[in-house]
Ligand binder design. Sequence first.
Ligand SMILES: [Zn+2]
Length: 230
Amino acid sequence: MIIRKATAFIAALLIAAVFMPLQAGAETTEEYDVSGVDRTDWNAIQEQYRFDDSVRNLIFVKYEGQAKATLCMYEKDEVNNWTEKLNCPAYTGGNGIDKQKEGDCRTPTGDFPITQAFGIKDDPGSQIEYLKVNDNHYWCADEYYNQLVDISQQNHDCRGEHLIDYTKQYAYAMNIGYNTEGIEGEGSAIFLHCFGDSDHTLGCIAVSEENMIKLLQTCAPGTRICIYDN
Ligand SMILES: [Zn+2]
């Protein structure tokens, strides 16, 4: 009996020794695994903007399939080398990327400027000028297609998105400069915003609220977002 108990005790210790480091590791690392991500195109884009002083930050979104993506944000140092400042999971539109038209639940593919920062919550210290959303703000989908509208300034019965209603998603957000010409039907209100309740978006990019705060606090005016599947 004593030997059996001792054996059981040693076995328990061994099991604990095997599992404890795993648990500790899971707690200490929040980094998302991007080891399998092909960065060939990212390197080309980084080179393209390396000596362009108007671009200090690049956000890359690598589409992984089934509305899942990896978002990585880079910042340029004083000798124009890019340093990764954030990598995290993200969601795209439910039907993936390669947006064609309004309502297709796809996120646009390409290299776009971040044109604006806004949110329902207080400015978290955004580098890009931040608009605190109020009841008058809409993102228009009709007369002023794909533009921010303040109905206290414009006499307009807007049928676009009433921004303050999206309390989770638009707690913090940035506008992705897609269809800035406002061609009706090609898609509007394409944002980088916080997670809502679902595991995809209607055509935006979503990250956690915590990561959205980091993006706002770090990304300087001139930031670009590059969305690709390779
Ligand atoms: Zn409108």
